[in-house]
Design a protein around this ligand. Structure first.
Ligand SMILES: Nc1ncnc2c1ncn2[C@@H]1O[C@H](COP(=O)(O)OP(=O)(O)OP(=O)(O)O)[C@@H](O)[C@H]1O
Ligand SMILES: [Mg+2]
Length: 280
């Protein structure tokens, strides 16, 4: 479990980025952190792996204070994929980039080879294994940065804006991949502005504004609430907008994802027509 207790953080420039933040990531949980630009999301993410230490309050990773641990020690447990990873890619090939941390951690060569191959396949990067990361597109580079962290299978995975620059297919792939990690018992924290992606993934949502946590709850509850969505400068997902309008017809007001919408609409069809036409 990672716990932030009454964390305040001020950058040396004087900018107060976190204020009295209490937040925890339990093993095996799936959390989306959402909120406006400058809300403090990335600053919070950097506290989870000890890259930043609180100005006051404390952060515990599996019971250990991050102030007493090096980033290298924490990295094995907590993998952070940066919002803008470009400056962090440095190897000659994608394969080497993804193998880098595994080598540092001292894994044997055969394990490294298997892990790299598996991670590249799952992120649709195999064809670029021998290509320089610098010759790839922005979206592909983002996936290389993700692969470089996923390869060593940290217990906690922190993803800062993972869907930016990803096309629909890659987002679907990413979604399946995240859900798979989650089902394996890994904790996943994703920071995102992408309400549609969150609606379809159905994590717990934590809302931030001006350095504070201002709300939390299930994706259904948070993303269908006018008040909460406004508080964090978000917009409702399309499905939530539609079902808010269908409320007078007796539909629940907290529908945000396509799957639940389909089930409710089919049930309504049965009620009205007696059966649901079979899809081809
Ligand atoms: N390196 C830095 N030095 C000084 N101030 C910073 C630094 N990084 C961020 N800040 C400030 O801290 C606050 C929080 O920034 P942070 O990057 O955590 O926001 P964010 O929620 O991730 O925003 P975005 O959605 O734009 O990524 C902002 O006011 C920002 O200007
Ligand atoms: Mg950010």
């Amino acid at each position: 479990m990672i716990t932030l207790e009454q964390v305040w953080f001020k950058y040396p420039s004087g900018s107060l980025a976190l204020q009295e933040v209490d937040f925890s990531v339990e093993s095996g949980s799936f959390i989306a952190i959402m909120g406006e630009n400058g809300a403090g999301k990335t600053t919070l993410a950097k506290h989870l792996n000890g890259l930043l230490k609180p100005s006051s309050g404390r952060v515990l990773v599996d019971g250990e204070d991050t102030r007493k641990k090096s980033v290298a020690q924490l990295a094995r447990k907590v993998g952070l994929v940066f919002q803008n990873p470009d400056h962090l890619l440095f190897s000659e090939s994608v394969r080497q980039e993804v193998a880098f941390a595994l080598k540092n951690f001292g894994y044997p060569a055969d394990v490294i080879e298997t892990q790299v191959k598996r991670t590249l396949e799952s992120l649709d990067l195999s064809e670029y294994a021998d290509t320089s990361p610098f010759l790839l597109s922005g979206g592909e580079r983002k996936r290389v940065a993700l692969a470089a962290v996923l390869a060593w299978e940290p217990d906690y995975l922190i993803l800062d804006e993972p869907t930016i620059g990803q096309d629909y297919q890659q987002k679907e792939r990413l979604r399946n991949f995240i859900l798979q990690l989650y089902s394996q018992g890994k904790a996943v924290v994703m920071i995102t502005h992408d309400v549609e992606f969150v609606a379809e993934c159905n994590p717990q949502v934590v809302l931030m504004s001006k350095g504070k946590v201002v709300g939390s709850g299930s994706a259904d509850r948070v993303l269908s609430s006018d008040q909460l969505v406004e508080k964090a400068s978000l917009v409702k997902p399309q499905m939530a907008k539609l079902f808010a309008r269908l409320k007078p017809q007796g539909f629940p007001g907290d529908v945000v994802d396509v799957h639940r919408a389909k089930m409710l609409l089919e049930a309504k069809l049965v009620e009205v027509k007696g059966s649901v036409p079979q899809s081809p």
